[in-house]
Design a protein around this ligand. Structure first.
Ligand code: HEM
Length: 412
């Protein structure tokens, strides 16, 4: 086989939101195989759950995108090499040292005490506005788009509060966030620059504040910048990471999660009966079934290693196809079935938040947010129904992370 014969990665989804079908074939026939990237480079693709976990836990693989062989999947990735790196793209010990600077803010204890009440308040407020708009639409006998009028706003306003964005800036900033989270790559890259500029200005403002707030930027300024552990640019880079790391994944998880619950009325009925008990299971299954952030777990080999009987050599690229791993029949029986009642399913089993030292730092924060959203949505709007069939909806570009562009609904 020549390089040109290798399949080109990312693989396209062929229909709606289902993972590319080639993953199922590779898991059976060639769990570790080679793929060709957009720039002509070659990388290893790992499609089984166990192999992905082994790779993502290994210190022989590097998350540094400047390391030789690091697989980029679009031109923006090569550009990103020039930016100040965040700990997402560092290896230990630097990675652990910077990750520790934010750790306290995302522990279960902090999320429950500090962020959960704020999330509940914001979700309630956004939901009430959504209800008013939906009722007006109903008078015109029109549906309302749940993404544009709800799913985009809740996570965005929540992360602004976490970062201490002043209320006066919210409206203008939301426009850039909305475009950045859109499912078109070009529009998203342009809006990025505006957001970056804004965050840099916000950090400068916080440095001058006489009374530091409880928000993450104020904490980084007080605890890291003032003692000289981070520069202003590094604080801005970290704040930008928090602003952007998971917003699109959260929006897509809300939209796809709700879409799927509406398609599974029995499971939706169970959630309505026992929302507090089942919310965590719903979130777990949504993150497994969709893997909203399925293209990020990429690494470069720093030292030769064997995984799944395959030698991966120094300087080669490795892509852990966590979306495929989340549908691995060896790990999850009947993996293509959406089932919130999967027996024995633990939060750590899904790779929706990654695995190993780079596992999502805001996992508990994101799970809490999704739980709140699903519970409040089904309680406040028990009669919610789709205005279009799944096949009539439009989805993200087929080689991007899974996302749905619209979710028109009626309240009754
Ligand atoms: C449903 C929502 C989310 C999903 C599915 C998700 C998924 C992921 C995944 C798969 C990784 C691992 C990437 C890798 O292997 O290199 C990751 C890392 C990370 N995520 Fe999330 N994420 C979400 C929300 C968030 C949010 C809201 C934030 C910030 C507030 C966030 C912050 C981070 C950070 C900082 C890392 C890097 C951790 C490290 O390198 O040590 N994520 N996330």
């Amino acid at each position: 086989m020549t390089t040109n014969d290798l399949p080109s990665f990312p693989f396209p989804r062929e229909e709606t939101y289902h993972p590319p079908p080639i993953y199922a074939r590779l898991r059976k026939e060639a769990p570790i195989s080679q793929v060709r990237l957009y720039d002509g480079k070659i990388a290893w693709l790992l499609t089984k759950h166990q192999d992905c976990c082994e790779a993502l836990a290994s210190s022989k693989l590097s998350a540094d995108r400047r390391a030789p062989g690091y697989p980029e999947i679009h031109a923006g990735g090569h550009k990103a090499k020039e930016a100040i790196p965040t700990f997402v793209n560092m290896d230990d010990p630097d990675h652990a040292a910077q990750r520790a600077m934010l750790e306290d803010e995302f522990t279960p204890e902090t999320v429950n005490r500090k962020w959960r009440p704020m999330m509940e308040e914001i979700v309630d407020a956004v939901l009430e506005e959504f209800v008013v708009k939906g009722q007006e639409a109903a008078k015109r006998e029109e549906p309302i788009d749940l993404i544009r009028e709800f799913a985009v706003h809740a996570p965005t306003l929540i992360i602004y509060r976490v970062l201490g964005v002043p209320a006066a800036d919210v409206e203008c900033l939301s426009r850039d966030s909305e475009i950045r989270n859109s499912t078109s790559r070009n529009a998203a890259e342009t809006a990025n620059l505006e957001l970056q500029k804004y965050v840099t200005g916000l950090v400068k403002q916080k440095v001058q504040d006489q009374q530091p707030g409880e928000d993450i930027i104020s904490k980084l300024v007080e605890e890291q910048l003032k003692p000289g552990r981070l520069t202003e640019d590094q604080v801005a880079t970290l704040a930008f990471l928090v602003l952007t790391a998971g917003n699109a994944a959260l929006i897509n998880s809300i939209a796809l999660g709700l879409l799927t619950l509406l398609q599974h009325p029995d499971q939706l009925a169970d959630l309505k009966k026992q929302p507090e008990k089942l919310a965590a299971q719903v979130v777990n299954e949504v993150t497994r079934y969709y893997t909203a952030s399925g293209l990020n777990s990429r690494r470069a080999v720093k030292e030769d290693l064997m995984i799944g009987g395959q030698l991966l050599k120094k300087g080669e690229g490795v892509i852990c196809a966590v979306q495929s791993a989340n549908r691995d029949e060896g790990q999850f029986p009947d993996p293509d079935k959406f089932d919130i009642h999967r027996p024995g399913m633990r939060p750590e089993d899904t790779l929706g938040f990654g695995f190993g030292p780079h596992r999502c730092q805001a996992e508990f924060f994101s799970r809490a947010q999704l739980e709140i959203v699903f519970v409040k949505l089904v309680q406040r709007l028990p009669g919610l129904r789709l205005a279009k069939r799944e096949t009539e909806l439009t989805y993200s570009e087929p080689t991007m992370n899974i996302g749905v562009n619209e979710l028109p609904v009626y309240f009754q």
